[in-house]
Design a protein around this ligand. Structure first.
Ligand code: AKG
Length: 228
């Protein structure tokens, strides 16, 4: 089960989310105040980081129901919510993301374990880079709130690049031909390991492209640390 996820580091599920849970996510996210969004210098908005902390009505939808059941099934242990981000490409707020791995997670508490490194604080939230064994076991569940054909700034990934933490130089060395575009229909879910090298281009279509990117973990945290 989920052999592609293990082998390639990503997998588009063949079953889309059913109407009701998708509509519930959409309605909570649509109620987000403009102030929750991150802004570019020109004032256009493009994402809500830590949307699970920003919108209290969202957390129950992520901690109960379809998405966490999926995470439990894939991680084969009870999963906990690590983070949630709303990415919102829209005409007038179109953006691209250069190739990278997702290395950092929001965290609460503290630990003496030296394998948890690169602590930082962003917009009042503490972040840390977990040890690579923990990073490898994280699961990102990307819910496509709008249809996302390839030309609509779909995610592009380097299959099989999810095993190790790579240097920035190694990430930059991947050539054009190794990136695979991941189009998805509305309600479809792309699973990915956060260490997978990924990027996305600005959309060529004048259409909105919202993705809710939710990260789960089934790893036991060291004493003193808690997910946010
Ligand atoms: O959804 C996107 O296009 C960007 C995703 C991304 O950069 C990320 O998950 O780190």
């Amino acid at each position: 089960m989920n052999a592609r996820l293990e082998l390639d580091g990503f997998e588009l599920l063949d079953r889309a989310m059913s109407f009701e849970p998708l509509a519930a996510l959409q309605s909570v996210l649509e109620a987000a105040p403009q102030t929750a969004f991150r802004q570019r210098r020109n004032g256009s908005t493009y994402a809500i980081r830590n949307v699970h902390l920003e919108l209290s009505d969202l957390r129950p939808l992520l901690e109960r129901g379809y998405l966490i059941s999926l995470a439990n099934e894939i991680l084969k242990l009870p999963a906990a919510l690590v983070s949630a981000t709303l990415f919102d490409k829209q005409p007038g707020a179109n953006w691209f993301v250069p190739p990278h791995q997702d290395l950092f997670v929001p965290i609460a508490g503290a630990t003496d374990d030296p394998r948890w490194t690169n602590w930082s604080m962003k917009a009042g939230v503490r972040y840390v880079e977990p040890p690579v064994e923990v990073q490898r076991e994280l699961l990102a569940v990307r819910v496509h709130l709008d249809a996302c054909p390839g030309a609509n700034g779909a995610l592009e990934v380097v299959p099989g690049s999810h095993w190790e933490r790579l240097s920035e130089e190694s990430v930059a060395e991947f050539t054009e031909d190794v990136f695979q575009v991941c189009p998805a229909g509305q309600g479809e879910i792309l699973l990915m390991r956060p260490l997978l090298v990924h990027r996305s281009r600005a959309a060529e279509l004048p259409e909105r492209r919202r993705v809710l990117h939710v990260v789960y973990s089934a790893t036991q945290l060291p004493d003193g640390l808690e997910w946010t």
